[in-house]
Each structure stands twice: as C-alpha cells, then as structure tokens.
Design a protein around this ligand. Sequence first.
Ligand SMILES: [Zn+2]
Ligand SMILES: [Zn+2]
Length: 185
Amino acid sequence: MKAYRLDLNDVVQHPGRRVEYPIEIWLEREEAPPLAEPVQGVLIAESGGRILRIAGEFRTVVWLECGRCLTFYRLPIEFRIQEEFPLVGTPAGLNPQGYAEVEDRDSFPVFEGNGLYADELLRQYVILNLPIAPVCQPECKGLCPRCGKNLNEGSCSCPPRAGHPAFEALARVWYGENDDEHNGR
Ligand SMILES: [Zn+2]
Ligand SMILES: [Zn+2]
C-alpha cells in the first residue's frame, strides 16, 4: 500500500491556500475488505500556517460476509474526513529562507514529509466505518444448525426444534437428574 502520494508541499508553504483533489482509488485487498466500487470523493487540503487541515467526503461500496448466513453482500459506506496536522518551521510563503513541514506523530502515519498517502488515510477511515457484526439484512434467518441450509432461501426438511438448544440441554439435565432420583427411591 502507500502508493497514492499527494504532494501537499505547495499548500504547506502557503498559509491560507486551499486545494481540492478529486480522488477515485481502489484499495489493496489485503489491507481492507474487497471493494465493489472504488473509494470516491474530494479531498481538501488547507493550511492555517501552524496547522494543515485535511477534510473531505467519500463513499465506496465494500463486500462483507454476513455473520449469520455466511453469504457475501455489498454495503455502501459514506464517511467524512476531518484531520489536523501540526506544521513545524516557517512556511516559505512567509519567508523565502523558510520551509514548513507536516508533523505526523500518529502510530500509523499517513504523511512522509509533505506528501500525504491518501490510500493509507482512506483505508483507515474505511475500516473505522465497517460494522462490528456484519449482517446482510436485519431479518437474516441464518443457516440451519443441523443441515447448514441458508434459511433465507427457504426452509429445510429438518424436524422443527422445540426451543433454544441451550434451554433444551438445561431441560434434559434437570429432568434427567429428577428421573434418577425418582428411580433410586
Ligand atoms: Zn445473512
Ligand atoms: Zn436443516
């Protein structure tokens, strides 16, 4: 990864300068869920002299695996980026001898010098915006625990269950013990 480098040096050296970058990229599969559509949006970089603001609105569509029925489904994702990075040094726009540079102390840095790795930044946001427990639809019926059939596609021929398996097990233990007591008398 870290292949889509935006050179923001011109913005960094000129306080007040604001540049928009239309972006459309596919992220590497190993580091993000597979994308059904590229990440698209506009990234805005603006220097405030001592701070570099990175903002933008993006959208994409990812492929996720449903935790209940194990099928893959497409999930549209939209997110807004809002980041501020401190600048060290005097911008060249204020002093010809000067040179300002982005200070990115994050444990997963997205800057190298004044170059922003937009793919790394977008990857972090895509992952932040994924559901913790992906489900293809709120009413997903999941798989039959006996035959494994996807119950969203129709019911299977397994006998209907009397209740929740955990409660069935509890009931068996309870009645089983009582039966033993009874037999012992
Ligand atoms: Zn499902
Ligand atoms: Zn079944």
